[in-house]
Every structure is written in C-alpha cells, then in structure tokens.
Design a protein around this ligand. Structure first.
Ligand code: NAP
Length: 260
C-alpha cells in the first residue's frame, strides 16, 4: 500500500530479533474491517495493525478491548491472548514513550495544547492526561469534536483557542495540516508561527514529510521541534512486543521507517 511505513518498521524489528516473521500491508475496503478480523482468525495471523478508516469498525469482531481502546472507541493493534482476539490502541502511549525515551522530555506536569480532535488527537489527549499533564487544552476547527477529546482528559481537560498555544510547554499538532507539504518549502500551518515561543516543545504528528512547515517555524521561534517518527516507531514497537514477547529494536525500526 502506498505510503505505508508499518511493514518497514515491523520487518526491521523482526530481522533485528532474528525472527522469521513478516508483515505485509493489505488493502481493506471501507466497511470490511470486521471481515478482515475474521480473516485473521481463519488464517491464524499472529497480529494485525489497523489503520484508518477501520479503527472503530474492527471492534465488533473482537473478543476484548484494553481500557485505552475502550475509552477511545478505536483500535490500532490486535493480538491473541489465549483464544481471544484483543484490541489495543498504542498511538498516544507511543508519543509519550517517544518524548521520554528518545527526547528526554517529561510530559508529566506540563501545560499541553493539542491541535486537532481526530483519532490521533484523542489518543494523545488521553495519554497526556494519563502521563500526569497539568493541563491538556484541545484546539480544533470543529468545536463539537474538540469537546469529545476534552472529555477524555478528565479534570485536566479544557477547550481552548489558538491563543492558548503561547502559554503551553508542549504543543502537539494532531491535525493533518502540513501532510504532503513540500519538504523544505512553504506550506499550510495548523497555528500561526507568531504564537510559538522559545522554550516550548513543538511536536508534529505529521510524518509525511518529516520536516513540516510547523517544525521549521518552531525552530525559528527557538522552540524545540519533535517530528512524528518517534511516535510511529514506539506505537508499532508496543504491538510488536505484544505479538512476539520480545523487546523491539527501536533503532532498527527508526532506520527502517526512514528508508522511504
Ligand atoms: P483525522 O481523524 O481525520 O483528524 C484530522 C484532524 O485534522 C481533525 O481534528 C480535523 O479538524 C483537522 N483538520 C484537517 N484539516 C484541517 C484544516 N484544513 N484546518 C484545520 N484543521 C484541520 O486524522 P488522524 O487519524 O487523527 O490523523 C491526523 C494526523 O496525525 C495525520 O497527519 C496522520 O498522518 C498523523 N498521525 C501520525 C501518527 C504518528 O505515529 N506519527 C499516528 C497517527 C496519526 P475537524 O475536526 O475540524 O475536521
């Protein structure tokens, strides 16, 4: 499948672990997610990574969900536990793990602004609240969707506006704005550059391209830019460890992801 980095990541991890496993990307038509899970049962596949638009559609075909997947109503990883197929959502925890492990950034006690309220944003909001963030402010074009995301953060959640960005320690772009932007060139921004400031950490979940207009503006403002690759690697690593019972080689996976 075009643009799919997941097999590159997973196959790099399998190779590094000396495992004779392979991941392949399979195109599944919209509305056929649950049928694909039935195929997993029949074929005896060890695991599935699930992407849009199937993250909610697969749920009725599963035996159980983790607490995170249940809260989000979205699954990005499926594995066997005994005879049961269990769905998890590793996206948000992947970001938190990447911040801590790859960048030495602790989101606990941070004042956070999440731009966007789609699937990725909701997983990040939940994970930042679980990590102990002091505040998780959600800013989104469509306010009704923002409210759903805010509720996931419980007592630290708040609906915000772009003006909140200036006061944040950690800014996460979880909109798709910047996706497909010309690498190194001008492009649309999810928030005005003037709202960014020195001392902030600015994360862009967009990983196509890795260096987005937002990250360039963050560097110019003296903020610390963090690209979306680490989240991609860590969310996949959690799945791979779940499937294989072995730690995934994060460096091998990152190298695999960068090879496209
Ligand atoms: P999604 O569910 O479709 O949500 C898209 C979000 O972007 C919504 O909040 C939407 O606002 C907002 N948006 C889209 N176009 C906009 C515009 N022109 N102006 C302002 N807001 C706009 O998508 P998703 O699955 O959450 O993915 C979002 C991004 O995260 C994608 O670029 C995806 O590749 C990336 N992602 C990265 C990772 C990683 O591991 N690095 C993991 C997952 C996703 P409305 O609600 O107003 O429509």
């Amino acid at each position: 499948i075009r643009h799919s980095r997941s097999p590159l990541l997973a196959n790099a991890a399998f190779r590094a672990a000396g495992l004779d496993w392979a991941m392949v990307a399979l195109e599944v038509a919209p509305g056929r997610g649950a049928a694909a899970v039935e195929g997993m049962r029949s074929l005896g596949l060890a695991g599935l990574m699930v992407t849009m638009p199937h993250k909610a559609d697969v749920i009725p075909a599963l035996d159980r969900l983790t607490a995170t997947a249940r809260a989000l109503g979205a699954v990005n990883s499926i594995t066997w536990e005994g005879q049961d197929l269990v769905g998890d959502n590793t996206d948000g925890a992947g970001l938190v793990a990447s911040l801590r492990v790859d960048h030495g950034i602790e989101p606990g006690d941070a004042h956070c602004v999440v731009l966007g309220a789609g699937g990725a944003a909701r997983s990040v909001v939940l994970a930042l609240a679980h990590a102990g963030a002091a505040e998780v402010v959600v800013v989104n074009r469509t306010p009704e969707r923002a409210e759903v995301a805010v509720a996931l953060a419980g007592r630290v959640g708040r609906l915000g506006t772009p003006a909140d960005v200036a006061g944040a320690d950690l800014v996460v772009n979880a909109t798709s704005v910047g996706m497909g932007a010309d690498p190194g060139g001008e492009g649309p921004m999810p928030v005005e550059a003037a709202r960014l400031r020195a001392g902030q950490v600015v994360v862009d979940l967009v990983y196509q391209p890795l260096e987005t207009p937002l990250l360039r503006a963050a560097a110019t403002a003296g903020a610390r830019p963090v690209d979306g690759l680490g989240m991609l690697v860590h969310q996949a690593a959690t799945s791979i460890t779940w499937w294989t019972g072995r730690d995934a080689d994060l460096a091998a996976m990152a190298a695999g992801a960068r090879s496209v």
